[in-house]
Design a protein around this ligand. Structure first.
Ligand code: AVJ
Ligand code: FE
Length: 445
């Protein structure tokens, strides 16, 4: 079903979309203006594009979809499509390309945005599925925000003095009453048909049966993770999967990325250029899926499946329906979740009691992406829309699903149907995890 807003609704939607595009642009400008040209064009890590590539790529996607496709306008620069096509050049090779200079990139994205806003002004949000309900515009705003998170990860990898600043997150105000809760077994609706901004991989809505399981009420903290290290977590093969152990050996993993230990055994971390003691009660971040699984096995736990995560985050056992957010239908505010780069770090566990589920699961959304045990697959009857390269080409290829968003994820992707994915070995993303376990016979009868 397409949504066909009334005329008054159409103006409201147009204003809301313009605001979302503006918010995304404000953020990408902040991420690129905070460093000099050499930092924009440099390769901070072979895992990442130069910042100036992300910036021009944001403009290029906007040109392809909003200016050319929706607007039917002539290209501003058809000569650069190939340079900014993510499938043409690996991230590591991008610094060597004849990219637009920082000033050229700024002029380009400004020019594209001017045209895109003209298109927005004269587009009726009906008819073609691409524009129904304003979808293409919101897709492009989400695309820019996703690259803003990627640029934030590049900032974290950048060496040098701090250039980004943000207030500290709230402190813990109400710890969950228990360390784990029972999520009852039975069916729930996973994915969505009706969320206007849901991307192709979140569709369609379908019923999934989930066996009863226990889920931790918080993500795993740095203190808990440090205990795992202390217990020989990185030295004891029995807690790792075969693939995980092989990777831990090859990559010589010894602690989360960006951690260093002191001679007295205490842990320090580098965070956006600041070296600081690792805070005990924040969710651990910058671990790969293999580290998460080893930790879970050590604790007699496992990672939740993607379906378990989504059921815990959305299923309302009273009316049987799936909600948009763990706390209900209200749009995320600063009280609900640590999203949107409002802070440059995860908040301590217990900092967002208002964002908890009715069953008492805290911080499912925000703070850190949570690794799941699920490989990225299409839901039954998945259909790529509007392009195969957003999701389809990544399905069934060994990518692991991450859920819930991080402190660096925009609120527009805070909905509990949103799916992220990456290689299980990746650690530069803002990823942590929480543990789950099966219900043992006789327990929670
Ligand atoms: C959904 C975060 C895995 O960055 O590769 C950006 C998002 N897709 N441009 C990615 C995306 C196209 C994607 N992730
Ligand atoms: Fe992209």
């Amino acid at each position: 079903m397409t949504t066909e807003p009334a005329i008054g609704g159409e103006e409201t939607l147009r204003t809301a979309i313009a605001a979302e595009l503006g918010r995304a642009r404000h953020r990408s400008i902040a991420l690129t203006e905070s460093v000099d040209d050499s930092d924009l064009t440099r390769q901070h890590s072979p895992l990442m594009s130069p910042l100036v590539w992300d910036y021009a790529h944001i403009g290029n996607q906007e040109e392809l979809w909003l200016v050319r496709d929706v607007g039917g306008l002539v290209p501003l620069r058809s000569d650069i499509d190939e340079l900014y096509d993510a499938f043409q050049h690996a991230r590591a090779d991008r610094p060597a390309l004849p990219l637009l200079s920082p000033d050229e990139a700024r002029a380009y994205v400004r020019g594209v945005r001017e045209k895109a806003l003209d298109v927005l002004d004269r587009t009726r949000f009906r008819g073609r599925r691409l524009v129904a309900g304003g979808f293409a515009f919101h897709m492009i705003a989400q695309h820019e925000q996703q690259h803003a998170e990627t640029m934030l990860a590049t900032h974290q990898l950048r060496m040098g003095e701090p250039v980004l600043h943000a207030p500290a997150p709230p402190s813990a105000s109400a710890l969950p009453e228990t360390t784990e809760v029972l999520i009852p077994g039975g069916p729930f609706t996973m994915g969505t048909d009706t969320d206007p901004w849901a991307l192709d991989n979140e569709r369609p809505a379908h019923t999934v049966f989930v066996a009863p399981f226990l889920l931790d009420t918080t993500p795993v903290t740095n203190a808990a993770y440090a205990e795992f290290i202390e217990a020989g977590g990185y030295r004891r093969r029995e807690w790792w999967t075969e693939t995980g152990w092989a990777h831990r050996s090859r990559a010589e993993l010894r602690a989360p990325l960006f951690w260093e230990s002191d001679s007295d055994g205490s842990w320090w971390r580098r965070r956006f250029g600041v070296v600081e003691p690792v805070p005990a009660d924040e969710p651990v971040v910058h671990v790969c899926a293999h580290e998460a699984e080893a930790y879970a096995r050590w604790r007699g736990r496992r990672l939740p499946t993607e379906a378990e995560w989504e059921k815990a985050a959305r299923h309302d056992p009273i009316d049987g329906r799936s909600r948009r957010y763990p706390w209900g239908a209200a749009e995320p505010t600063a009280e609900h979740a640590n999203l949107g780069q409002r802070h440059l770090r995860p908040a301590p566990v217990g900092a967002y009691p208002r964002g908890a589920t009715p069953a008492g699961v805290h911080q499912l959304v925000g703070d850190v992406w949570e690794w799941t045990s699920s490989v990225f697959r299409g839901y039954p009857d998945f259909a790529a829309f509007p392009y195969r390269e957003y999701s389809e080409v990544f399905l069934d290829s060994g990518y692991r699903v991450l859920r819930g968003g991080s402190f660096g994820t925009d609120t527009s992707m805070g909905r509990a149907t949103f799916r992220n994915w990456d290689h299980p070995i990746r650690r530069q993303i803002f990823a942590g995890f929480r543990c789950a376990r099966d219900v043992s016979p006789g327990e929670w009868a």
